[in-house]
Every structure is written in structure tokens, then in C-alpha cells.
Design a protein around this ligand. Structure first.
Ligand code: UDX
Ligand code: ADP
Length: 464
């Protein structure tokens, strides 16, 4: 089976970059990315390719090459579904904020809406690919809806979880460690559908890295991968506090353990806490599934990864309060970095949001600088927490265009995202323009202690 037309529902951080790369690598396939958010689609279609809605190194070049040739962005969901042989579902699956499973389970509302729309519109057989991270056995629910509400059309459901990390999305897509494709491999039709997707990736990825499994293994592998990665971060963050109290340095500890080939060096960077749209959501989901199956010990084990992460964010904020003579009330604190990691404008679950919120509870005055995050996003993130009114957030928080404005006359600086540019700032000038003592809190182990202390900063870094 040769795929000629692909439709991707959801033009977000996953759908956008993934489809751009597929279109670039498979010029003979038409790829249409659709979204109900008209502003987002308009931004993807912006004449100036630098204005596409997602910032990822290298992405605008890929979009520039393929857009208008075989890559299209549209709000006409029905038409794209109708034409497609293969439909990727890349809509968001946030943690539920209401009802059963509130705060834990994934909200599958958007997925279900997509399934119903596909069932309503489709006139010929389709392969439906789950790209969004989903709880195990979602494919079954999808199939159920499609088979029972459709017009006699045959559907093959595949699970093809995305492992790209933001900030390196294009590289990860071009050169993935592996691509996982789950399908009904016991049956010839299922096998054929899996092969069709394998053929697409084989345009640029060596076959031995294309892994095929049954659907459930694929769905669970995605949750497991994220849980393991997050668990490493929480483990090293747990050690960071021990290091601070015992005189060890967490950087030295992670280097020492990372050289053990059984452990490996990645994901051992202590931080103010992990963020992003996946880790917390997927672990909560894993915890919820385990509890639902009566596996309480399994649930408790994974939940501890989240508990540790929440603790790390709180601990960092309290360290600031405690160091500033137990009060930050009315004090200006500069927050450098709002994104959940460098090289992205995504702020979902960013540690900065929570650290700022704790400091605002202590009546601090927060001034934020981030090179890529927009002002409205910062306010929206704080408003979403519902800790105080949106007017209060605007009164207590300001967002500025340069790090120097943020830090001028500040009592303290908190570095919360590891943007490279923060290493190169004129720290001498920053020091001179701050109130004294000038406190500098490095939540990312980004800055060199010796030079900052020599300038006169009171320096605190996670894990030393
Ligand atoms: C993650 C997974 O890596 C990716 O495979 C999956 O598809 C989606 O979730 P992402 O959230 O984009 O990707 O970024 P990642 O690089 O994993 O970082 C997640 C968070 O952990 C960030 O806040 C990052 O700063 C933090 N982190 C990561 C650390 O604090 N220390 C580390 O050593 C690594
Ligand atoms: P992710 O990080 O998983 O890509 P995003 O929130 O960035 O998540 O993107 C998901 C996109 O899916 C959003 O732009 C949203 O508007 C879109 N979306 C959600 N439901 C539907 C739907 N039923 N039809 C079309 N687009 C949808």
C-alpha cells in the first residue's frame, strides 16, 4: 500500500514539526496539517517563515522547503480527512481538570472528537495513527468509535508515539534513536498498515531503527520511556539536596556515575525541576492506570517521581526567601528564563511558573525576561494556576525585553531556564546595577561560581 495523502489533525509542537519533516523527506506525499485554531494555522502559513508559531532550531528552513510544495496548513479538517489515506492524530491530551481521574488521568476529549469527525467524514478506508501520547488501550476506544459510528469504512489503528524532545525536535526527527510503530501485526490488514507507515519513515531512517510491536506495547513504551527519563531527573535532584547539605557537588557526582556505561551520562543534570508537556502528564497517567488496575505499590513508586519534582521547585523558591533574610515582600526578583528548557518557547509545566507563584505568595515583585516567550503567555500561565486574580498577577509581575532591565535594582536573580545567552551576559554590569547584597540563584547549574563570587555576588547553585 502506497500512501499518497496524509492528514495530520493538530498543528502543535508534535504535529507541526513531525509533518514538516515527513513532507520534506517524502516529496511525493501530500501532507496537510489541520487545526481548529485558525490563528495557529494562519501563523503556520505566514509569508515570513520566521513567524511560524513554534520555535525550534532548524524548523523554519524545513517548512520553507516543503510548504506549498507538498506541505499544507489548513483549517478545513473535513476536506483533509476525506482526501487522506493516512490520518495522524496529534491533538493535545492534557491531564483531566474535572471529574473522575481529575489531576491524574489524561483527558481524551479531543481524541474522541477527532475519532467522531473521522468516522463522520470518511468514505474510503483509512489508516489512523495515534501520535499524541495516550493511555494504554486508547487505540481500542478509537477503533470502537470508528467501527460503530462510521459508514462501513475499514480502519486500521496504529500507535506511533513521538519521542522528539522540544528544542531539538528537528534533529530528533531527522535522526531518531528508534521509531516505534504499533499495530495489529497478527492480521494481514494490520501488517499492511504497519508496513505503509514503515515505508514512509524508511525514506530517511535505517530499517533497523524502525521497531514494530503490537499496539499496547507501543502505547505503554511511550509512557515508560518518559517515566524513566523523568525518574533520572528526580533521582539526581534528590541527590542535589544531599550534596548541598554534605559538601559534595552534584555535577561531580553525575559525572562520576554517568561514566559508568550501565548508567550513562544523559538526563543527570540537576535542575530546579523538570517541566514540559509530557513528563508530569505521562507519569500521572501511569499512576492512574496502575491504581485503576489495583497496583498500588506500582502507582506509589512512580508517584514519588512527581512528589520529588514538586519538592525541588518549592525548595528552590524557599531557599530564595530564606536567603533574603526570610522575606521577599516588596522585593524585586528578576526571573531569567520562563520556558521549561532552552531553545523552545513552550512553557507548559515550566518550573519557572511554580517558583514565581511561590514567590508571589510571599509578596515578591517579579520581573521576567525570556528570549522567546511572549508576555501574554507568562500571564496566562500564572492566571491558569488560579492562585490570585489576573489583576493581581499583572500588578505583581512585569515582563521586560532585556535581562538588564530585569536585573536592574533587583534584590535577587533566579536563573530558571538554561538559555545559552545567560552565560554570556555582562555580569559585571548586572552586579553593579543590583541592590546589595546581590543574590544570584542558579537553578540550572549554568553559571560559573568562581567568577560570579569574585564580582561580589552571593551565589547559590542547585546541588553544591
Ligand atoms: C520529553 C522526552 O525527552 C521526549 O522523548 C518526549 O517525546 C517528550 O517529553 P521534552 O519534554 O521536550 O521531551 O524535553 P526533555 O529534554 O526531555 O526535558 C524535560 C524536562 O526535564 C525539562 O524541563 C528539562 O530542563 C528537564 N531536564 C532534562 C533536567 O532537569 N535535567 C536533565 O538532565 C534533563
Ligand atoms: P502537542 O504538544 O501534543 O503537539 P499542542 O497543544 O501544541 O500539543 O497541539 C495540539 C493542537 O491540536 C492544538 O493546536 C489544538 O488546537 C489542536 N486540536 C485539538 N483538538 C482538535 C480537533 N478536534 N481538530 C483539530 N485540531 C485540534
Amino acid at each position: 500500500m502506497k500512501i499518497k495523502n496524509i492528514c495530520c489533525i493538530g498543528a502543535g509542537y508534535v504535529g507541526g514539526p513531525t509533518m514538516a519533516v515527513i513532507a520534506q523527506k517524502c516529496p511525493e506525499i501530500n501532507v496537510t496539517v489541520v487545526d481548529i485554531n485558525a490563528d495557529r494555522i494562519a501563523a503556520w502559513n505566514d509569508e515570513d517563515v520566521e513567524n511560524i508559531p513554534i520555535y525550534e532550531p532548524g524548523l523554519s528552513e524545513v517548512v520553507k522547503e516543503a510548504r506549498g510544495r507538498n506541505l499544507f496548513f489548513s483549517t478545513n479538517v473535513d476536506s483533509a480527512i476525506d482526501k487522506a489515506d493516512m490520518i495522524f492524530i496529534s491533538v493535545n491530551t492534557p491531564t483531566k481538570t474535572y471529574g473522575i481521574g481529575k489531576g491524574m488521568a489524561a483527558d481524551l476529549k479531543f481524541i474522541e472528537l477527532c475519532a467522531r469527525q473521522i468516522a463522520r467524514v470518511s468514505k474510503n478506508d483509512k489508516i489512523v495513527v495515534e501520535k499524541s501520547t495516550l493511555p494504554v488501550r486508547t487505540a481500542e476506544a478509537l477503533k470502537n468509535i470508528l467501527d460503530n459510528t462510521g459508514n462501513g469504512v475499514n480502519y486500521q489503528i496504529l500507535s506511533n508515539p513521538e519521542f522528539l524532545a522540544e528544542g531539538t525536535a528537528v534533529d530528533d526527527l531527522m535522526n531518531p534513536d528508534r521509531v516505534l510503530i504499533g499495530g495489529d501485526i497478527e492480521n494481514p490488514e494490520g501488517k499492511e498498515a504497519v508496513e505503509a507507515l514503515v515505508d514512509i519513515y524508511a525514506h530517511w531512517i535505517p530499517r533497523e531503527r524502525l521497531l514494530t510491536t503490537n499496539v499496547w506495547s507501543s502505547e505503554l513504551s511511550k509512557l515508560t520511556a518518559n517515566a524513566f527519563l523523568a525518574q533520572r531527573v528526580s533521582s539526581i535532584n534528590a541527590m542535589s539536596e544531599l550534596c548541598e547539605k554534605s559538601g559534595a557537588d552534584v555535577k561531580e557526582v553525575s559525572k562520576a556515575i554517568g561514566m559508568d556505561s550501565r548508567i550513562g551520562p544523559k538526563f543527570l543534570q540537576a535542575s530546579v525541576g523538570f517541566g514540559g508537556s509530557c513528563f508530569q502528564k505521562d507519569i500521572l497517567n501511569l499512576v492512574y492506570i496502575s491504581k485503576s488496575l489495583g497496583l498500588n505499590e506500582v502507582a506509589d513508586y512512580w508517584e514519588q517521581v512527581i512528589i520529588m519534582n514538586d519538592y525541588q521547585k518549592k525548595r528552590f523558591a524557599y531557599k530564595i526567601v530564606q536567603t533574603l533574610f526570610n522575606t521577599v515582600s516588596g522585593k524585586k526578583i528578576a526571573v531569567l528564563g520562563w520556558a521549561f528548557k532552552k531553545d523552545t518557547n513552550d512553557t507548559r509545566e515550566s518550573a519557572a511558573i511554580y517558583v514565581a507563584d511561590y514567590l508571589l505568595n510571599e509578596q515578591a515583585e517579579i520581573v521576567v525576561y525570556d528570549p522567546k516567550v511572549k508576555t501574554e503567555q507568562i500571564y496566562a500561565d500564572l492566571d491558569y494556576l488560579n492562585t490570585r486574580s489576573s489583576e493581581e498577577n499583572r500588578a505583581q509581575v512585569s515582563v521586560v525585553d532585556t535581562p538588564y532591565e530585569a536585573t536592574k535594582e533587583a534584590h535577587a536573580i533566579a536563573v530558571l531556564t538554561e538559555w545559552d545567552e545567560f552565560k554570556e551576559l555582562d555580569w559585571e554590569k548586572i552586579y553593579n546595577e543590583m541592590l546589595k547584597p546581590a543574590f544570584l540563584f542558579d537553578g540550572r547549574r549554568l553559571l560559573e561560581r568562581a567568577t560570579k563570587e569574585k564580582m561580589g555576588f552571593e551565589f547559590y547553585a542547585i546541588g553544591s
